[in-house]
Design a protein around this ligand. Structure first.
Ligand SMILES: Nc1ncnc2c1ncn2[C@@H]1O[C@H](COP(=O)(O)OP(=O)(O)O)[C@@H](O)[C@H]1O
Ligand SMILES: [Mg+2]
Length: 591
């Protein structure tokens, strides 16, 4: 079965339920490494908020015990203590934010590393089914939300919790009745929070999705900009992006509003609480149930009780946002690579030759429409095979299955008599090289691209590489590049013709000395002179090299040992060259 890797909610078939693997699915596993730093940070936060809550208490004592009776020495003592408390507040505040900053950056680093590792491990099908822009948005945008939460809010959140606890303790100790009056408004705050939370969560999720959607559209249009320009579709592009931008804007407004909905209501209830505290406090003073110092402390405590609620509400919003972001990251982290490699060692009995067989292989990209149906093919070492057929017939798909870029939907591919899935991707790519129809290049030099993922030539100099390639017959091919192997390649290979890209990927493949070489229309965009050179380099390969050539130029397949015709799901032997030509012309007539 082809597994569906789409992260798109509309298709709602992300394979693994969230949080299956504790190692990658659990957020705290990313924090764990900084456990000791976290403990220290908590200690500082605790000291900081305690120091913060103790001062009103000290002030009330100063008023009632010393100021009211004119005791200057006592007052000086309290002032000294207050100064000490202030120093502790500043020092612990600083230490705490330094530590939290470090912890959050380190966690973010590990999280991104986890994401990269996961992306590396996923099969081709994943990248087929998901938009690069959406993935980028998850890696950049969503991790940033987590960063904000960690660096700004986790410290505040915990600090506020400690402070509240301190305020409750001190105020209860000073006067429990007044304290209960002060806290009475919490019930309303609780109800409001409970009522609005689900909506806030929903708005945050929508906002992140809109962001992703915009990134995906932007990325797609920027990469395909030449097509956009060629069809004079710039207006459309602008319109399209504007719509997405508009959607992002609106959802950002809504989520921003939702995240701040609590603030004014908390302020309102804080004000009411203060009025209640003052009224009841005056009453208590008048009947001798409280002192002026206590009431002054309570004015401060009321503020220190309800202000943090606002911080809590904002922090709560950030937590909601971060948790929505975390869910989206988890969707990526919990994907499992179902491209079967069991990583047992392949047969190491030193076979230089390679046999590839397809048994009853069927393949579908989407589990609905078969692209290849029941193919039974066998490729002998040292022979040359040609795959021909109309565009869209399934030739490239077949090549991808043979190189184990995809698992067959049904059936088995055998490499040297063993299910290809027991070999690791690394082992397979050592034996099999594919020149893709649309070569993929990275920014860098021609040499770097030729050497890409080639472990036999690590640290080789350009001169040495030149020598090796010339020896293989590429002397005139290298001349097709302005600065030879040092020619720089821009993003997506811009500045090179498709033919040049194909030459690079040709040299890349030949240098690896694969036992099976698959050329997917590798010379389709190359002039006949260069093509003749390339054919010579092919002939110079070791005689046991198996070659599979996909071509639409029929003269290139004349010398093939066997020709296969690939059309509309079926792969049939074409017998002779003449018969192959007949099948192709028939297919053209019927379409
Ligand atoms: N990545 C893909 N996702 C979904 N369908 C695909 C993908 N690549 C190719 N197809 C479909 O598979 C069929 C065979 O395509 P392909 O193997 O590229 O044919 P050929 O190389 O013979 O031109 C086509 O109908 C094409 O639309
Ligand atoms: Mg093709």
């Amino acid at each position: 079965m082809t597994k569906i890797y789409s992260l798109d909610k509309k298709e709602s078939n992300v394979i693994t339920p969230l949080g299956v693997k504790a190692s990658t699915g659990d957020f705290f596993s990313y924090l764990k490494e900084d456990k000791s730093k976290l403990i220290f940070a908590f200690i500082f936060i605790f000291m900081n908020s305690t120091a913060n809550t103790v001062s009103p208490f000290l002030v009330s004592k100063a008023i009632d015990r010393y100021i009211s009776v004119g005791n200057v020495d006592g007052l000086l003592n309290i002032i000294l203590i207050l100064a000490g408390v202030a120093t502790i507040t500043i020092a612990t505040g600083y230490a705490q934010s330094m530590l939290i900053g470090r912890i959050s950056q380190r966690t973010l680093y590990r999280l991104k590393e986890g994401l990269f590792a996961k992306l590396q491990s996923l099969p081709t099908a994943f990248f087929n089914q998901n938009k690069a822009g959406d993935l980028m948005s998850r890696i950049n945008n969503d991790t940033d939300k987590i960063n904000q939460f960690l660096s700004q809010w986790i410290g505040q959140f915990i600090g506020v919790m400690f402070s509240l606890f301190g305020v409750v303790c001190f105020s209860l100790y000073l006067n429990w009745k007044l304290s209960l009056v002060m806290m009475s408004m919490v019930i309303f705050i609780y109800i409001i929070t409970l009522l609005f939370s689900p909506k806030i969560r929903k708005e945050n999720k929508k906002n992140l999705e809109a962001n992703s959607d915009f990134s995906a559209a932007l990325q797609e249009n920027l990469t395909n900009f030449r097509v956009v320009a060629a069809y004079s579709k710039r207006d459309y592009l602008e319109n399209h992006l504007e719509k997405k931008n508009n959607a992002t804007f609106k959802s950002a407004l809504r989520s921003g509003f939702a995240n701040r909905i609590f603030e004014p209501s908390y302020e309102f209830f804080g004000a009411i609480a203060l009025i209640l505290v003052l009224s009841y406090g005056f009453h208590l003073i008048s009947i001798g149930g409280a002192t002026v110092g206590v009431l002054i402390a309570f004015v401060a405590y009321t503020q220190r009780f309800y202000d943090p609620m606002k911080t809590l509400a904002t922090a709560f919003g950030a937590i909601q946002l971060a948790s929505a972001a975390w869910v989206r990251l988890q969707e990526v982290l919990s994907l499992e690579n179902n491209l079967k490699t069991e990583n047992q060692k392949g047969d190491e009995s030193g076979k230089p030759k390679l046999r590839l067989e397809l048994k009853n292989v069927s393949f579908s990209y989407d589990d609905k429409n078969m692209v290849i149906e029941n193919a039974n093919l066998s490729f002998e070492p040292g022979k040359t095979y040609a795959l021909v057929g109309p565009t869209g017939g399934g030739k490239s798909t077949l090549a991808s299955i043979m190189a184990h870029l995809y698992d067959p939907t049904l059936g088995v591919v055998y490499l040297n008599g063993k299910d290809i899935t027991i070999y690791s991707q690394e082992e397979t790519s050592k034996e099999i090289s594919v020149i893709l129809q649309d070569p993929i290049l990275f920014t860098g030099t021609v040499a770097e691209n030729i050497l890409y993922a080639n472990t036999d030539f690590t640290n080789v100099s350009i001169d040495d590489l030149n020598r090796v390639l010339e020896h293989k017959g590429f002397k005139d091919v290298i001349k097709r590049f302005e600065n030879g192997l040092s020619t720089t390649i821009k993003q997506n290979g811009a500045g090179l013709s498709i033919g040049q890209k194909q030459l690079i990927s040709f040299m890349r493949a030949i240098l690896r000395e694969p036992k099976l070489l698959i050329l997917d229309e590798a010379t389709a965009n190359i002039d006949t002179v260069t093509e003749a050179i390339l054919n010579k380099t092919l002939e110079a390969l070791p005689p046991e090299t198996t070659k599979i050539i996909i071509a639409h130029r029929l003269n290139t397949i004349k010398d093939a040992d066997e020709i296969m015709f690939v059309n509309g799901r079926h792969v049939t032997p074409a017998g002779s060259y003449e018969q192959a030509i007949r099948m192709i012309t028939d297919a053209k007539r019927n379409s």
